[in-house]
Design a protein around this ligand. Structure first.
Ligand SMILES: Nc1nc2c(ncn2[C@@H]2O[C@H](COP(=O)(O)OP(=O)(O)OP(=O)(O)O)[C@@H](O)[C@H]2O)c(=O)[nH]1
Ligand SMILES: [Mg+2]
Length: 228
């Protein structure tokens, strides 16, 4: 078997990483916590956020939480999250498979410039549904949360080692479907741990709510560690 490895766009990725560091400094200047959700299409990112926002609302006022929804073409996810009463902004990439730092900068500008960060406690970014590109383009978030559902098959972590490695928290979602799709969850946990021993792994179901409180606890613990 012939195997080739091709590296594409290294300069673009490096440039974005530098810009992401600037964004992180900006978030920190205003004390805003930024969570980013990444994962394949339909893995359950929006559904998990729908579950997490009511938990966050025990702590923060709705106008101090901003959801930024990255999507190729629609406003569907942002409409779902807007129903929860928090601030929302839609970014349509028009075909690109991921968000980049300039998307976030343009959004902040549109909201009135960096001063808007004074009015916020938390930003939740949902990246475009894709298990590859978004992971290569950090947005300065304090926690990058990878969402993989059991319905995508048991091999997602080994097939996407780079994405797995750069994630701070890993969610195995749709745990309620594990039996139905015949997936060995222990195998998923084992492979994720081997590739990324530093990321906590949470088993969750956005449908039943299982694991969501635990996920939020782990997200907060991660932020605490980031800040010390
Ligand atoms: N059974 C089950 N269904 C789920 C779960 N989480 C999400 N779903 C369903 O999976 C579908 C996709 O969920 P979304 O939350 O829209 O997925 P997403 O990752 O935001 O999708 P994109 O934004 O399109 O990438 C929806 O029909 C959800 O109701 C879960 O834990 N269990
Ligand atoms: Mg979504």
């Amino acid at each position: 078997m012939v195997k080739t490895v091709v590296f594409v766009g290294k300069d673009v990725i490096e440039e974005n990483a530098k810009l992401a560091q600037r964004l992180r400094e900006l978030y920190d200047k205003y004390g805003v916590i930024v969570y980013e959700f990444l994962g394949g299409p339909g893995s359950g990112k929006t559904s998990l956020i729908e579950r997490l926002v009511p938990i966050m609302l025990r702590e923060y006022r709705p106008e101090r939480i901003l959801y930024i929804g990255g999507d190729v073409a629609t406003t569907l996810d942002t409409e779902r999250i807007a129903k929860l009463g928090i601030r929302t902004v839609q970014i349509n990439t028009g075909g690109t498979c991921h968000l980049e730092v300039p998307h976030i900068e343009a959004t902040l500008k549109q909201l009135g410039g960096e001063e808007i960060l004074r009015d916020l406690d938390v930003i939740i970014i949902e990246n475009v549904g894709n298990l590859i590109c978004p992971f290569n383009f950090p947005l300065g978030a304090h926690a990058r949360i990878m969402v993989v559902s059991v319905a995508e098959g048991k091999d997602k972590f080994i097939k996407h080692p780079v994405s797995t490695k750069v994630s701070d928290i890993i969610v195995i979602n749709k745990i309620d479907l594990a039996k139905a799709v015949g997936v060995n969850v222990d195998y998923m946990i084992k492979t994720a741990k081997e590739i990324n021993p530093r990321a906590p792994i949470i088993l969750a179901s956005a449908k039943t709510g299982e694991g969501v409180e635990k996920l939020y606890q782990v997200m907060k613990e991660h932020i605490k560690r980031e800040r010390t």
